[in-house]
Design a protein around this ligand. Sequence first.
Ligand code: GLC
Length: 719
Amino acid sequence: MARIDELLSQMTLQEKTGQLNMVAAGRSITGPVIAGNVAEGVRNGRIGGLLNIWGAEEVHNLQKIAIEGTKLKIPLLIGLDVLHGHRTVFPIPLGETAAFDPALWQRSAAEAAAEAAADGVALTFAPMLDVARDPRWGRVAESPGEDPWVAARFAEAKVRGFQNSDWPAGLAGRGALAATAKHFCAYGAAQAGIDYAPADVSARALEEIYLPPFAAAIEAGCAAVMPAFNSVAGEPMTAHVWLLRDWLRGLHGFDGVIVSDYNAIAELIRQGIAGDLIEAAAAALRAGVDIDMMSGAYAECLPQALERGLVSMDMVDAAVRRVLMLKERLGLFDDPFGRGTRPGVTGISQARRKFARELARRSITVLTNRNLLPLSPDLRRIALIGPLAEACAEMLGPWALAGEPQDAVTIREGLSAALPKSAIHCERGVAISDPDLSGIGPAREACHSADLVVLCLGEAAHMSGEAASRANPGLPGSQSALAEAVFNIAGELGKPVAVLLSSGRPLMISALAANADALVATWFLGIEAGNAIADVLTGAFNPCGRLPITWPREIGQVPVFFSSRPSGRPANPDDPHTSKYLDIPVEPQFYFGHGLSYSRFKLSAPRLNTSTIKPGEDIVVEADVCNEGPVAGEQTVFLFLRDIVASVSRPLLELKGFAKIALAPGKRGTVRFTLRSADLAFPGHDLKPVLEPGEFLIFVGPSADPKELLAAKVRLLPD
Ligand code: GLC
């Protein structure tokens, strides 16, 4: 690109390292070190990018300095964590994944991009693609759950949505954001579920679990990648030459920008692979990290690293070139003020709010229901009890930087609007996390005159997300005491109790599951939480959310997930020498894919178009679904595979597809999947893909619960 070559030839070393320096502007705080006056750094060319700033006017003023106040007039790159909406906050990613709807995932990214771009943002630090199987780890809230195949579909949808891939202008469009696939990689395998802790995973686990979502993101054209804070098998990701240079750029041809996580380059010193900031800067640059987020190592130390011969000017130029190319692809050179100038994009549009409600209600996952839901329209008196009943900020979740709590519809507001004839008596009972029990008495009292008790329990938004690991992820504070008191009095009075669980993770709630007449996972649903919850409770919307993560019974089971490998001694209650616990069942509280509907769906066994295939051929799998229930609804059918005998022990279940089908009462339909023979391949002994003849089981089911799976067999013949 001539313009970039020309620029590079004119740039001083300071101007080059300035382009590799991204600094936090401080409107939101997402890391440990805080910058000073960024305007001066922009003016003197030492800052090429900013994060944690948004707002058309603020961005315009800083972009004006870069364009009009510097010699080279290189536009600033403005980045922000736009994970699940911008000002219009949508459900957290773990909740949105429960909708199992790639078109919806893509649309929510596109809506968020349009809103954030109108606020001057050009790059989002999303999608977060960390496969997560440990509810102790707070960032499970930001993840697409436990399965790499789902995470890969989520990656494709989000990259295409953020980057406006379906529009001619693409990334250069004024409503587009450059997407950043993060955190590369195996961050979800943090030791003991503690954030930022090392991850020690096998090369096979990388191939089968943690790398596929990033391969999908790159295939979808993702513009940037962010290495994870953690080390993988002893090598910090921020300086991981094999994974960043050889796998990402070499094997997968990623030519976009690698942006470090916040201060991560400087933290290579603490991770023990750099003696000082100069060595840290050199290690990151050699690995291919282009932008230094917030550590200052590149701006301050690359000159000395060059003098010491630790890096070459070619490496610096290659990094600068990729950053300038990204700015070019974003249209920032031709239209530096294009994002953030459109008038009137203030507040929340009604269309976007309507979409937020649709997405939120599709994310809600009904876990148990003893014929309590949907609520009777004749309901007149509701006792709404618990610390989340009137919570606003909590509904936005832990990563809603531009979200405003006052925009959120509370559970109480949603129920009041949906049930205008009902009297709703609200009692907090206890706070989210302090020990004061004084409110339990009034809460018990409120049950006496109620027809229905709705318990609104769960976490505060800050209890999940970054730096929010919990060793015992149960109900915080005294909420269990509140629940027990309410169940007791409601039992004595014969009043039904519905429990709404707002959280950023699966919570250990076996007691709630045993006692509630209905238990609903409402995640953190965003600004339309209250209305979406009311839509589901009243039956205005028939719930279709399905768990994107296995829900453990006890934290001692972790990690528990459906695609584990077979044991030589599988659990057998009749045989003491088998793989089980002495103190609890081995089964999880709820399986991956679990979620109830107000319809009743019957699924047929899978029909295959052939019982044998050869490499290069496809298998068509069909299964009939019948709605035997009283109301129209949507069923999600999962397709799993089991390679019975192979040169490497294959997982008990591998997810290879999901399909949704909407059916009126009494109607029947067919879901259809096409499996390519390549879908039967797996990493062999050398971790290269192999396709081995033999028998495979193909399952369909509404979840990964073995009791609900229906199977058919196919044989792969030799070539
Ligand atoms: C944080 C997070 C990362 C985020 C970045 C910028 O530390 O790890 O996900 O994108 O900093 O806010």
